[in-house]
Structures are given as C-alpha cells and as structure tokens.
Design a protein around this ligand. Sequence first.
Ligand code: GAP
Length: 516
Amino acid sequence: MALEDVFKKLVAHCKEYGYVFPSSEIYDGLSAVYDYGQYGVELKNNIKKYWWDSMVLLNDNIVGLDSAIFMHPTIWKASGHVDAFNDPLIDNKDSKKRYRADVLIEEHIAKIEDKINKEVEKAKGRFGETFDEQKFRETNPRVVANQAKIDEINTRFSVAMNDTNLAGIKQIIVDNEIVCPVSGTRNWTDVRQFNLMFATEIGSTAEGASKVYLRPETAQGIFVNFLNVQKTGRMKLPFGIAQIGKAFRNEIVARQFIFRMREFEQMEMQFFVQPGTELEWFKKWKETRMNWHQALGFGSENYRFHDHVKLAHYANAATDIEFKFPFGFKEVEGIHSRTDYDLKQHQEYSGKKMQYFDPEKGESYVPFVIETSIGVDRMFLQVISAAYDEELLTKEDGSTDTRIVLRLPSFLAPVKLAVMPLVKKDGLPEIAEKIVHDLKFDFNCQYDDKDSIGRRYRRQDAIGTPYCITIDHQTIEDNTVTIRYRDSMQQERVRIDQLTVLIKEKVSLQSLLKKL
Ligand code: GAP
C-alpha cells in the first residue's frame, strides 16, 4: 500500500476509534486545530507521564514548572520572537496557494537526496557483499553531481536565511526551477516575512488594554523563572527545569494532521550548565533523548539525527531527532545548545541579574543552556503511526481476513485490560464486573459484553488494548480465566487472584523507565 494511503487510513482510524477529532467539526472544523477523544487523551497523558518521569523522577537535578501561557510582552521582545519569529512565505500566482519558501527549498533538497539514495540502493543490489558505499558516494558521477547540487543549495540557503535575505531565498527557488506542487508553474510572488505569534489583548478597554501574545514556546517561561527555581530549590549547577504546556503558532502551512498544528503542546527541558561544558552536555542529552525514543521498541532504523548546518545566531550546536513517519523522516524533537543567549537577553531587557553564584568557583556568571524540546502531538503521531498495523490472517477454511491492530507499548495503551464474560448469563457478567471493580484501582479496565467474543477482541485490537480477559463456565468451577495477548493472539489460563500482579508488571511504567 502506498505510504500516502497508510497515512489517510491512520487519520480515519484515529477519528473512528475516538483518538483524534477535527476541532469544531460540526462547524466544518478549524484548520490545523484538533481535539483528542476518549482514547487520545489517555494516550497523550501516558506519553506526558513517560516524559515527565524520565526527566523529573529519574534525575535528582531536574525539577518541574508550570508557568502561565500569558507572559509580559517584553519577554517576546527579549527572546527575539517579536522581531525574528517569522517564516518566509511565498505565493504561487496561478494556484493561489501559499507556501513556506524554506520548506519548498528543503523539499527540493530532499528530492535530490532521494535520487542519491535510490542510486546507492541500486548499486548495493548489484554489487552485494563487496559494495563499498562510501567509495560509491565519492566516485559515482551522478551521485557526485547531485551531492554538489545539494551542497551548493545548502550554502546559499544558509547564508540567505542567516541574513534574512528574502530576495536571495526567492532566487534559490527561481534558479532551481522549483514548481508549485499544485499548479506545476513557477509563477511566484516575492518572498515576505510572516510573524507566527498570535496576539490578543489583556485588560478591559476602559482601563487601556495592552497587547499580549499566546506563547509560541514554553521555554521562555522556564528562562524567566530560572532564578526563582534555583534559589527556592537551592539548585546547584548543572540542573534542569522541565515543563509541559500548550504553545501556539499561526503556521502558514498547517498540514499533515497533528504534525503541524496552530495549537499544540510541548515538553521542554532547559538544562543549565557551567559555560565551557555545554558541548559535553549537548552530546549527553542527544544520547539520552535518542534512548528515550528507542526504548519504546519501534525499531532503531526508524530514527536518525539531523544535525543543523545552519545554526541560529544564539546556538553553538543543534540537532533534530527525526522519526520515519508515513510521509518520510521528519523532526519530532529538537536538542539545542542555546549558549547564554536567552538569560542574557532577559537580564538586559528586565534590568535584573540572571546570574548564578558558583560556590566552588566563588564567582557569579550567566549559565549556558542545553534545551530538549519535543511536541506532545508529534510524539503522539510517532507512536500511533508506528503502532498501526494491518495484519493479514488466514482462517481455518483458507480464506483471509485483515486484522487492524494498534501495537502500542503496554504502558502507553489507553485501556490496559478488557474484561469480557463469554455469555451474558449464568453469573458470568457478575464475575466480570467484580474483576473490573477490583482491578480498576490499578489500571484502566473496560467491561465489554456486546457482540461475539471475536468481534470484541477485534474492537480492543483496534484501540490497542494489550490484554483481554475472558470469563467462561470453567471460571465458576476453578476461578481461572483466559488472558489473550493482543500482539500474538495467544491465550493462556490464569487464576483470577494472579491477575493484578501479572498485568501490573506488564503495563508498568517502571519497566520502560528501567530501560533508560
Ligand atoms: N523552544 C524550542 C522550540 O520551540 P521548535 O523546534 O520550534 O523549538 C520544538 O519546536 C518541538 O515542538 C518540535 O520538534 C515539534 O515536536 C514541536 N512543534 C513545533 N511546532 C509545532 C507545530 N506547529 N505543531 C506541532 N508540534 C510542533
């Protein structure tokens, strides 16, 4: 199946099974805004817990924070967002479609990269064991020419972006004959800047309202509270502050479902370190965060780092963790070495010292910062795309059937356990209800007695429930039930009094955290 079709099915599945709904759907929706349904909210909460505990519980030098969405407007002036949180936009005059000029260029580069990779794959097949990929990439004339094209575009692109040279960005589009994906023409407007922050007013008009912004990142709430937390928590460098919260961006091109939204949630951690040690910490956090992703078991081949060539003026190192979505490798998380830029800016704009007194050195300085920043919604999309599976089953009579199953890691699954009486009589529902009543204090259970047992299993597979318990007539005799495993569909008989321990161990966050 084409990857595009897989993605469409995934989006439809999320809606059909109560994971994600378009916002304001009965009013025809609101572009790039989504609501999470009954299962979506559970999965989202579990993702947040996995992140939060891996930061705050496992590290005694990382503490949490929950800062407000509204902040003093000068914060956004100091952080550079008022002047520089812009995307370069360009319109195609024929299709009337609007694009991010930088994305058009990046997609063009990705197409050339694809060509190179196809060439390499073909050669790999031809030469087999003896294939020397590095040598091939350095000597094959087509690969060398395409790589040279990429390097040339990257160099020009990086200079133009750093200088905010909008004419230069347009010239790259013109010179590379990049066409509008809809009209197929090169009839472009000039490139213009577009600020991504949403603004609103605080206070009544009578008092004189003032303009405030909806935060475009949670990080600034951490920076401005740096001293509050450091002093009240008596924190010593190196230490981190973690925060989960909503962020808002008026994205020009909002698409790919919950990948790029106008209202989304971030999980950010700022790690404050001694100047000069930041690159060591950057390396450490790169590894730590990649392990966090890979511990979910979706396959290490589905992740890669994308180190930034083009660094923001305040950063001295930056990388993205990319995941292989159905629409290709894309950023899920950013890890940035942000130097002392933000704290220094706030020091200058607020007139308050943002310094740390180092008792060992006997001196005060502005710490450097490593930031890890991941979108909850993008992580959600990573998990659900990796978990979605259509499995072809061959029945006893030789016919085939497709089983749709969400292979969610047990800890992340919204419902851990479905409890089903085989029939709705003979006292079986009462036993099932009692089991739910006893287990619901430990994990999310669901009672289900509608339809045939096979259909009930399929319903639970589709929402990703890892375990189903069936109560049958043997249960009345010996207090045992069958447990059915979602992934293997294997069943085994266990005693009712063993259930809590058995399932608790399988669905606990502890076993996931212990892998880190
Ligand atoms: N404080 C740094 C910062 O905000 P960013 O790369 O702009 O950096 C960090 O965003 C993460 O937030 C991204 O890796 C992505 O997961 C998520 N994110 C950013 N914009 C988003 C959007 N429009 N919709 C959903 N998630 C988004």
